[in-house]
Design a protein around this ligand. Structure first.
Ligand code: BDP
Length: 720
């Protein structure tokens, strides 16, 4: 029996109050409200469920579990339709004619994965119908109905017609074969390679259920810093077992492909993409994989980035490399997801410009089954970055969004930060590529350039921790990512609301304040780590805590001093035409707006400008005072989060409450650490007093500099 299952069955007896959080947002709490219960009971009197596939079987099991738990009774199904049914769940092909009439128009516009949930009148009786064109639509519809009920909504005249706006909705696991997780803060990798393929951990199924419940339909199992061994027969057999476990939940498996695999596991002398033997090796490998996993998704590739091998090792380019793999996968409808996260220490140009410079000239040259996966910003998953300029510059290439759900730069799994707020900000940003309103969301969902092959990936924050994500609130980031990959126009507020109700409580006295806390948490972390456009001032390697003073690393762009450029005159990175001119990568009128510090949004001020310490901000403060006050504001916001949480005690279990309370204590301590360390350091340049309202540091700069974290989680220890 696995850890997960043991915990589930023993929670109440052995561990008493341990808040496992294992159920995620699928806890299906019992409905207490009498009126709602009556309504839901009525709908569940006689359920016709057309079940003739493994996906439908999964859907039926979920409905049985969810309804059973909310109604607190066993729920059964009938497999023959009659007008006495209160609920009808069937694909288009299996619908009664009279019902069909009411939903036909909806079914026509929801494609393969969409669903219709509707209250339909039949012979003076209301019947709740879930229908779809394909099995997967039924599964998504069942999950949606259950969530609807978890939100305690009324079923009368329900009408939900929905379909995903993005085709590939994917988690990227940065999991190594030894089960460590690069920048993972929730334990070890879920994939137990040693016990696979025979042993199917119950966790794999619950993981797949959770993903399907939010519409995630693709997972890449392995680290982008790839190990070629995953492509050997021994591992492929294990991958196949995982693919089989995920298939009933509509999830396709992808693998990271190390570019030099033909050498490392193929015995070839080269991995040159123009070499016929190398090409043949990949063709054969694709054939071998598809023989085992017929619905294999494809390869995710990090090439010529941070020391990973790639086509440039042979004087070739990204198009040569990506298209070689794309040709191998094409006969099987496989995809190549080629990452654009590239920068080089040999390129003297601003790191923020390099991916654009390298990729934009290739626009339109990639094969049809290649997507170029681009991080949301041009540097690296910072608490706040302007959107990546590539989104506004490659109309002829499917660009896939890469967000990071794991909190590498956002306080690991000890800080409560609601990331959908960050994701929403990026998706809503206007590229102006085709004039006003050309948002990143429209690039990603294909509507701006009329593309069908679209994708969004999130670097997973999941591990073997009982609650999957370390911080119980980090579950909201997994949830929110999935919801935005399904619909990039959803508001973070809606997502927060759904998640709180499904996970904790529907009590308005809980939902309101906690929702507010979630929605401000992202700005809080920006304020206490990287206010006013500061970025990448993390301690190096592990990225735990502040390290703005680090300047001695061999690669210039790995040093925080490269990014903040503080000196006696001022602070910030000049990316205007007088500096690196990174702003030229953005379209007008955005470019001009960013170029002028007076019109540049202040949240990006020091990202684009190097300004004097006594520069006047819009609120009248000098830049130095403004920075200091922002750091203080961040700390104050965490204090407020603690106050909010304190008041939530009556609404959840003591154990749940305590767990988050203790984590908020760490967050407060670390927010102060960030504030004091950064201000003391920047003060050595500004030579100015801290303004009124900013608490005085109780430690010295030397103390903060002396802190070393050899064993920070998420990274292999460094002894040097
Ligand atoms: C950086 C991480 C590094 C990843 C890299 C990537 O520090 O571990 O390998 O991104 O995305 O943020 O490839």
């Amino acid at each position: 029996m696995t850890i997960g299952v043991m915990i589930l069955c023993c929670t109440s007896q052995t561990f008493g109050q341990v808040p496992s959080g294992y159920d995620l947002w699928l806890g299906y709490g019992k409905i207490e409200n009498v009126e709602l219960l009556r309504q839901y009971e009525q709908a569940a009197t006689s359920i016709y469920f057309q079940n003739n596939s493994e996906i439908l079987e999964a859907a039926q099991k979920e409905l049985k579990r969810g309804l059973g738990s909310m109604l607190d009774r066993a729920v059964d199904f009938t497999d023959s339709f009659s007008t006495a049914n209160s609920m009808v769940i069937a694909k288009k092909a299996g619908l009664d004619k009279a019902i069909m009439k009411s939903v036909a128009a909806d079914l026509d516009r929801i494609g393969k994965e969409g669903f219709v949930i509707k209250s339909v009148q039949l012979k003076d009786k209301d019947i709740l119908v879930i229908s779809a064109n394909e099995d997967i639509g039924i599964l998504y519809g069942v999950f949606r109905l259950l969530r609807f009920m978890q939100g305690h909504k009324t079923l009368s005249s329900i009408s939900l017609v929905d379909a995903p706006k993005i085709a590939i909705r994917m988690l990227n696991h940065w999991d190594n074969l030894d089960r460590t997780v690069e920048h993972g803060y929730a334990g070890f990798s879920l994939w137990n390679w040693q016990k696979l393929p025979e042993y199917i951990d119950r966790r794999y199924i619950d993981y797949a259920r959770a993903n399907a419940s939010i519409g995630i339909n693709a997972v890449s199992l392995t680290n982008v810093n790839a190990n070629a061994l995953i492509l050997t027969p021994m591992y492929l057999e294990k991958v196949r077992a995982l693919a089989e476990a995920f298939r009933p939940y509509g999830i396709k498996v992808y693998l990271t492909a190390r570019f030099s695999a033909p050498i490392e596991i193929g015995g070839l002398r080269s991995a040159d993409p123009l070499n016929a033997e190398v090409q043949q090796w990949w063709n054969d490998k694709a054939e071998e994989i598809y023989a085992q996993i017929p619905d294999f998704g494809g390869f995710l590739v990090k090439a010529n980035s941070e020391g990973q091998p790639g086509p440039q090792n042979y004087g070739r380019n990204h198009v040569d490399g990506a298209n070689m793999m794309a040709r191998a996968l094409q006969p099987f409808d496989g995809k190549v997801i080629w990452r654009a996260f590239v920068y080089s220490e040999h390129d003297a140009d601003d790191r923020a410009k390099q991916a654009y410079s390298e990729f934009v000239p290739y626009d339109g040259q990639f094969m049809e089954n290649v997507l170029v996966q681009t991080k949301n910003g041009a540097i690296d998953f910072q608490p706040r970055e302007p959107f990546h300029p590539m989104f506004g510059a490659m109309p002829n290439t499917p660009l896939m969004m890469e967000f990071q759900i794991t909190q590498e730069y956002l306080g690991f799994s000890t800080h409560l930060v609601f990331l959908p707020k960050l994701f929403e900000e990026v998706l809503d940003a206007d590229t102006y590529l085709k004039g006003k309103g050309s948002t990143v969301a429209k690039v990603i969902d294909g509507s701006l350039h009329d593309k069908k092959m679209t994708g969004m990936a999130g670097v997973a924050n999941i591990g073997t921790d009982l609650n999957w994500t370390g911080h119980p609130f980090a579950q909201a980031n997994w949830y929110g990512f999935g919801r935005l990959a399904w619909d990039p126009y959803l508001s973070s507020e809606t997502i927060a609301d759904e998640w709180i109700r499904a996970t904790f409580s529907n009590d308005p006295k809980f939902v309101g304040p906690v929702r507010k806390m979630l929605l401000t948490s992202r700005e809080a972390v920006v304020n206490y780590m990287n206010p006013l456009g500061l970025h990448h001032i993390f301690d190096t390697g592990h990225h735990y805590g502040p390290g703005p003073w680090v300047s001695e690393l061999s690669r210039p762009e790995w040093n925080p001093t490269y990014y903040h450029k503080a000196d006696e005159y001022g602070i910030g990175f000049d990316r205007t035409p007088t500096g690196s001119n990174a702003t030229e990568q953005y379209a007008e009128p955005l470019r001009s707006m960013l170029n002028d510090p007076k019109t540049c949004p202040e949240e990006y001020l020091l990202w684009f400008h190097h300004l004097p310490w006594d520069y006047t901000l819009r609120n009248g403060h000098t830049l130095w005072d403004g920075i200091a006050l922002k750091y203080q504001e961040g700390v104050d916001q965490v204090q407020d989060m603690r106050t909010t949480w304190k008041n939530m005690e009556p609404y959840i279990s003591k154990a749940q409450h305590e767990e988050v309370w203790m984590l908020l204590e760490i967050q407060l301590k670390e927010a102060r650490w960030w504030r004091d360390a950064c201000l003391l350091y920047f003060q050595t340049y500004s030579k100015k007093e801290l303004p009124e309202g900013v608490e005085k540091p109780t430690r010295t700069l030397e103390y903060f500099k002396s802190l070393k974290f050899l064993f920070a989680p998420g990274i292999r220890p460094r002894w040097d």
